[in-house]
Design a protein around this ligand. Structure first.
Ligand code: HEM
Ligand SMILES: [Cu+2]
Length: 566
């Protein structure tokens, strides 16, 4: 079968871009950045209101802005970018044309219309229901319809991804097994299908209620099914950003995974166990048995955690093996000291990986333990935890990948390279601090999503210890620094795409060509393992284990003091 299209081989990376796939990746990535920009502007309102000394917005505006911030960031920024990643992992890494370009464009249009419709609904002011939109709170019907259209578009994009895998296999565009990055993206897409269907099961009836066709959606059922969407979508993010970590290890170091099979097994664990782990969002809910909660969160959740631990060992391990092979063998850590710290693609990924593991991972396991969950339920600890996962982990990883894509996909030289060099440090470390102080304030009991933590002037007014105000002040300050870091990213990427010096597009051919072994990204496009000799990574893993045990112990101790049984 012949399809009229062209393939461009990038002279800087050796990657091959099919014309349609290339435009689709660009438009999805650019739209994602626009959503990030909007979400980031809204973050200013959110942090400046939660900073007690500033307390900027009025209550109704705050809840509106918070709703839009959550949705624009966690749904629109992340998922538009993920669609670009799916097309990259299928079409580009397999050197295959995109299966059905027209349908992929239709998917994009649906997603765009949905995203705009949802934002309009929120800013009209009748839909400040937060991103979880729990019933019986009701938003305007166009709020739900927007999300449903967006989700249908995303589902179609997943179908295009699967279709492209099929075309690649049929047209034999790759040899042997698909590369690990494509495999990881495939798990992300499988999880996405489950996630989007769960979303449909619960949001379609809620939409019917909003237009008066149905008079009641049960709140408990809503929460249970909503979290099959809400939690699983985080696992899409994790599978996607971990796939990018493997890709960046391959691109920056020529690194192969320590063991392809073990890494693939870890991705499969995500598919098997993460939906069950959704129960950790329901630990404080009535109507669900304790046994069910404990089995899900104390057993099944750990299999998903195990998978993350395997990747966390495997990715730095792969980098270490590759660096040692280049002769960086002195001591335990020469491989790490001599890593390309000035390259924002590498530094972004490494800062994301460490922060995701230490801050997001450890706090997540703590929160997912039924008894300990009581300490932090509905406090600002919760957004502290998930800014460590979705911002430090996923968002920073996507930022890092963008720096690689500017010359490769957008064919532009990056503007402001000096700023780009420090951007991952500025954004990453301010977010580390931001997450930590939010968790600190949450441990003291400060609520999440609350316009006025002290209820001042009300019968239930509450005097917090000074430390709680101090930490919320630090949330404000570090949040603003992080927003500056995020603005730097938007400035660099948008500026480069429009004003960067144009770079050579490379040779164009009517057919795909096989991967050249000399291509700088060959390791990302092929299958194979590197072996297990990574003593430095092992030491880092032990350090992680000790941190985890100590933090876990501290929280049990704290619980025992709050909850005296003797
Ligand atoms: C510079 C960057 C950011 C800052 C300073 C920031 C700050 C905040 C703050 C202070 C809250 C409110 C906590 C509360 O009152 O309960 C919040 C909520 C939230 N943020 Fe961010 N954020 C940033 C970036 C992001 C990104 C990149 C994402 C997602 C990828 C994200 C997702 C969310 C979500 C989902 C919520 C919860 C909304 C809700 O409770 O319904 N944020 N953010
Ligand atoms: Cu979860």
């Amino acid at each position: 079968m012949t399809v009229q299209t062209t393939y461009r081989t990038c002279p800087r990376s050796g990657l091959q871009f099919e014309a349609q796939a290339e435009s689709l990746m660009k438009i999805n990535a650019v739209t994602a950045v626009v959503a990030l920009l909007v979400g980031g502007l809204l973050a200013i309102g959110v942090v400046l209101t939660r900073w007690p000394a500033v307390h900027w917005l009025a209550a109704d505006t705050f809840y509106m802005v918070l709703t839009a911030h959550g949705i624009d960031m966690l749904i629109f920024w992340i998922i538009f970018f993920e669609v670009a990643v799916l097309y990259f992992a299928s079409s580009t890494l397999l050197r295959c044309r995109i299966a059905t370009p027209k349908i992929a464009w239709a998917a994009y249009v649906l997603m765009l219309v949905g995203a705009v419709m949802n934002n309009v609904a929120v800013f009209q002011g009748e839909s400040s229901v937060m991103m979880t939109s729990y019933v019986p709170m009701m938003a305007h019907w166009s709020f739900y319809l927007g999300i449903i259209l967006f989700a249908v578009g995303a589902l179609i994009a997943c179908a295009v991804f699967f279709g492209t895998l099929v075309v690649a296999k049929r047209e034999k565009t790759y040899e042997g097994s698909v590369p690990l990055v494509t495999f990881g993206a495939t798990t992300a897409a499988i999880i996405a299908v489950f996630t989007l269907l769960s979303g449909a099961i619960i949001l379609v009836p809620t939409f019917f209620q909003s237009i008066g066709l149905l008079d009641h959606v049960d709140p408990l059922i809503y929460r249970t099914i909503w979290w099959a969407l809400g939690h699983s979508s985080q696992q899409i993010n994790v599978a996607a950003h971990i796939s990018i970590w493997y890709a960046v290890a391959a691109i920056a170091f020529g690194a192969k995974p320590m063991s392809e099979r073990v890494s693939r097994g870890a991705f499969l664990l995500y598919i098997l166990f993460l939906q069950l782990a959704s129960a950790h969002h329901l630990l404080a809910d009535p109507g669900i048995s304790t046994e069910w909660k404990v089995v899900n969160t104390s057993y099944f959740m750990y299999f998903a955690v195990l998978a993350s631990m395997i990747h966390a060992l495997s990715i730095p391990g792969a980098m270490e093996v590759a660096q040692r092979a280049k002769g960086y063998n002195k001591g335990l850590f020469e491989w790490l000291r001599k890593a390309p710290w000035g390259n924002p693609t590498f530094s972004g990924v490494f800062i994301a990986l460490v922060g995701f593991g230490f801050l997001g991972g450890i706090s997540g396991v703590m929160m997912g333990t039924e008894q300990l969950n009581l300490l932090i339920h509905n406090t600002i600890y919760v957004p502290g935890h998930f800014h460590a996962t979705v911002v430090i982990g996923t968002t920073l990883t996507f930022m890092a990948l963008t720096y690689f894509l500017i010359p490769v996909l957008f064919k532009r030289e990056m503007i402001l390279p000096g700023l780009a060099k420090i951007q991952p440090y500025l954004f990453g470390f301010s977010m580390y601090f931001f997450s930590l102080v939010m968790m600190g304030a949450g441990t003291l009991g400060v609520s999440r999503r609350h316009w006025d933590m002290a209820f001042s002037g009300h019968a239930l007014a509450y005097e917090w210890p000074g430390a709680a105000y101090l930490m919320m002040g630090l949330v404000g300050i570090s949040g603003i620094v992080a927003i500056v870091g995020g603005a730097a990213y938007v400035l660099i990427t948008v500026g480069s795409v429009f004003f960067g010096k144009k770079l050579d597009a490379g040779a164009v051919s009517p057919r795909f060509t096989p991967v050249s072994r000399a291509a700088p990204t060959a390791a990302a496009q092929t299958y194979g393992s590197a072996g297990f000799v990574a003593p430095g990574t092992f030491v880092l893993a032990m350090f992680f284990l000790v941190s985890f045990v100590l933090y876990y112990f501290v929280n049990w101790k704290y619980l025992s003091q709050l909850w005296g049984l003797s």
